[in-house]
Design a protein around this ligand. Structure first.
Ligand code: FAD
Length: 286
């Protein structure tokens, strides 16, 4: 990638809990992120038909109003109708939120998807028609989306997605920076020229690590597997080593001129703060 003097952005992702107690815990946790000044905080959406407004939109309002932070709302095309999208966009506008991450959403067994939008690009086109001034982001997969036939198809569809009006891309989590750099090159060759934010998820406990290994096609470098093996019975060291690994990844990405880092916080403010305090100056946030 070309040398640039522009500082990269740092953003966080949080997810809505599924109980009232969880919500109270989360808002207490989120309050600790106040003052870190990330570029934005994104709020995920459930991957099945839940009360989208009572979960994602309510939490987004909290982030925007109480933390005074630019807020991005995840919107899964498979679980919203056109009418719901209209309502939510109007509501977001009233809340002064104008950033959406438009997704297809995971197709989960037992939940019948809605049919108004088939792919994320259909939703992006629709949002841009309704609210041209909204900033719409899309998801991307340095190690290829699992539904794709191959890398070429995946990149072609990504190009279509960007051409449908997507302003920036946020990657699936990855642990091998080389996979990300290769993906950046493929995007450049395909004339995909929007900013690509690198999704980083620090491993903070073994259960989470096993979940990631089971559900994500990310390649796990030897260094990463060694950490999991060595500290399998030592949760404190596993967490410290997991955070150090994420910091190391971030330093390498910023050194190589990444446009932004999107930190999957897993709703753990201590982890986010730890990583922030070790990397803030790289983002001009000190
Ligand atoms: P799409 O861009 O629609 O792509 C899905 C698949 O279809 C890909 O294989 C693509 O190559 C293919 N495709 C695209 N267009 C076409 C076409 N025209 N013809 C044929 N094939 C095509 N899920 C949630 O439910 N809630 C969340 O909050 C959430 N947040 C996420 C945040 C990030 C940063 C990322 C990376 C993912 C997130 N996901 C979330 C997961 C996401 O919904 C799934 O990975 C989903 O399976 C694909 O979503 P997408 O938006 O990438 O889909």
């Amino acid at each position: 990638m070309t040398e640039t003097n522009k500082l990269p952005t740092l953003s966080f992702e949080v997810f809505p809990p599924n109980s009232q107690v969880g919500t109270a815990n989360l808002t207490a946790t989120l309050d600790q992120l106040e003052g870190l000044n990330p570029s934005f905080i994104s709020v995920t959406a459930s991957n099945h038909k839940l009360d989208y407004e009572k979960t994602t939109i309510d939490l987004a309002k909290y982030v925007h109003d109480k933390l005074h932070c630019p807020t991005m709302v995840h919107m899964p095309a498979a679980y919203v109708t056109k009418k719901e999208v209209d309502d939510v966009l109007n509501k977001l506008e009233d809340m002064h939120i104008n950033q959406v991450l438009a997704l297809r959403g995971d197709i989960v067994e037992g939940y019948t998807p809605e049919t108004d939008f088939k792919y994320a690009s259909d939703l992006i086109t629709y949002i841009k028609q309704q609210k041209p001034y909204f900033e719409v982001s899309g998801a991307c997969y340095p190690e290829v989306h699992p539904d794709s036939k191959n890398r070429i198809d995946d990149i072609r569809h990504l190009k279509d997605k960007v051409d449908s009006g997507c302003d920036q891309l946020i990657t699936q989590l990855f642990y091998d920076n080389e996979a990300f750099y290769r993906f950046q090159e493929e995007c450049a060759i395909a004339n995909i020229n929007v900013p690509i934010l690198a999704g980083i998820m620090p491993i903070v406990n073994r259960k989470q690590a096993l979940h990631v290994i089971e559900n994500c096609s990310a390649r796990l470098p030897k260094k990463f597997i060694s950490i999991l093996d060595k500290y399998k019975d030592n949760p404190v060291s596993l967490k410290e080593a997991g955070i150090a690994y994420a910091v190391d990844q971030i330093v390498d990405l910023v050194t190589n001129n990444v446009e932004g880092v999107h930190l999957y916080t897993m709703n753990k403010s201590d982890t986010a703060k730890h990583i922030f305090s070790n990397t803030a100056s790289l983002f001009g946030l000190e």
